[in-house]
Design a protein around this ligand. Structure first.
Ligand code: CMC
Length: 376
């Protein structure tokens, strides 16, 4: 008898996990027991990384040591040979391709590459989380013919990334916005990229390989790539005045509207409201709220027409755009945050591992007769 579930593993529970809880009906997201609304209001991305990897909030001493490690140049820097490698890539290489290639290459330089003990995996996770912003920012500068900016150990994880991108310290609002965006994207239960990372980890492969699997899965437009597609839609719409007509035509044409719908949430994604507020504040400070106003009109029309709601990807790009970040860097930024969750899941998988190996219900031929090629 067939045991085939719904397509796309919908609603299939594949494992227990202590890391992340989603209530799709109430629109709640919880990391290790803490509501993401509280973490967005009171925590920092650096602290959330600790929470995800170690299972609870750090005390003062633990937080200080963790923050020091996350800000240290020894962890953040990428080897000069990596910079040479980036310079050798065609300038048209997309930032997600660079990220996927770069993270894979970094394992060749990692002193713990072959060690899968928890201690070594936490060290690798820390290096990957702190090197990723350096890699992303270095490519942004190299592809525009500029020299990479060295990390600044006096700056927080978020401020340092924006500093390495633009060569100057961000405003307090930009730093805060970016940090909250990283908190909100840090984990999301068994989403496609985390599942890909866990499948890789479950073969007893290493942290770098699992993170590369996550990056590959995140890249697609149905997952992390949606934030870039939302901004491309905003650019096509052009102005708040044309948004209504544009989106009604797209809906009439049965187009899939990026930044809406979710496999788990049946209400609005709890992360969307934070990103909308921050994108609005940044836009007001910069004197241009067009992107948010366009997206508000789009949201009104899509929800009324299809009864689907904004997800995390709808407003993040509007905030990043106001900061001056190019659209094709939005998904690498998602990865810079989700790496924390991927790593937590790899640690959990390795802590109680069994190979993940499902079955397929075979629907092909079973008794084909082989005919030599010259008789076909
Ligand atoms: N625009 C238009 N119609 C939609 C959308 C959308 N964004 N999302 C779902 N639908 C419709 C879909 O056409 C289908 O209708 P029908 O039953 O009449 O054919 C129904 O809703 C169910 O859609 P589905 O694709 O079977 O649902 P799913 O659970 O497989 O898809 C999803 C979830 C996120 C892939 C989908 O909602 C989607 O493609 N959204 C746009 C891409 C996007 O924003 N992705 C980011 C997701 S959140 C962050 C992340 O995890 O990366």
């Amino acid at each position: 008898m067939s045991s085939l579930g719904k397509a796309g593993l919908e609603d299939v529970v594949v494992s227990t996990s202590d890391i992340c809880f989603i209530d799709g009906r109430e629109g709640r997201l919880v990391y290790r027991g803490f509501d993401v609304d509280d973490l967005a209001a009171h925590s920092s991305f650096e602290e959330v990384v600790y929470l995800l990897w170690h299972g609870g909030l750090p005390n003062k001493k633990e937080l200080a040591a963790h923050v020091k490690a996350m800000r240290s140049t020894a962890n953040r820097k990428i080897p000069p040979k990596m910079i040479q490698m980036l310079r050798a890539l065609p300038k048209k290489t997309t930032p997600m391709e660079v990220l996927r290639t770069g993270i894979s290459a970094l394992s060749a330089f990692d002193p713990d590459a072959a060690d899968n003990s928890r201690e070594a995996s936490v060290r690798k996770a820390l290096r990957l989380t702190t090197q990723m912003p350096t890699l992303v920012a270095a490519w942004e500068r190299i592809r525009h013919g500029k020299a990479p900016v060295a990390p600044n150990p006096r700056l927080s994880h978020s401020a340092n990334f924006l500093y390495m991108m633009f060569g100057k310290k961000p405003t307090p609002l930009a730093e805060k916005t970016f940090d909250v965006a990283l908190i909100l994207h840090a984990d999301h239960e068994f989403n496609a990229s985390t599942f890909a990372a866990r499948v890789t980890a479950a073969t007893l492969s290493d942290m770098h390989s699992a993170i590369v699997s996550g990056i590959g899965a995140l890249k697609g437009p149905l997952h992390g790539g949606a934030n870039e597609q939302v901004m491309l839609m905003v650019e096509k719409i052009k102005s708040p005045a044309t948004a209504g007509a544009w989106i009604r035509k797209a809906l009439a044409d049965k187009a899939r509207i990026m930044g809406f719908g979710h496999r788990v949430y049946r209400v609005e994604d709890p992360r969307a409201k934070h990103l909308r507020r921050l994108a609005t504040e940044l836009g007001e400070q910069a004197g241009n709220t067009d992107s948010v106003r366009i997206l508000d009109t789009v949201a009104r029309e899509v929800t009324a027409d299809k009864k689907i709601y904004p997800n995390v990807d709808l407003f993040s790009g509007a905030a990043y755009k106001t900061m001056g970040i190019p659209t094709d860097q939005f998904t690498p930024i998602f990865a810079m945050s989700r790496v924390a969750g991927w790593a937590a899941h790899v640690l959990e998988q390795h802590g109680n591992n069994r190979l993940i190996r499902p079955r397929a219900e075979y629907t092909g031929a079973t008794r084909a007769t082989y005919v030599p090629v010259d008789q076909r």
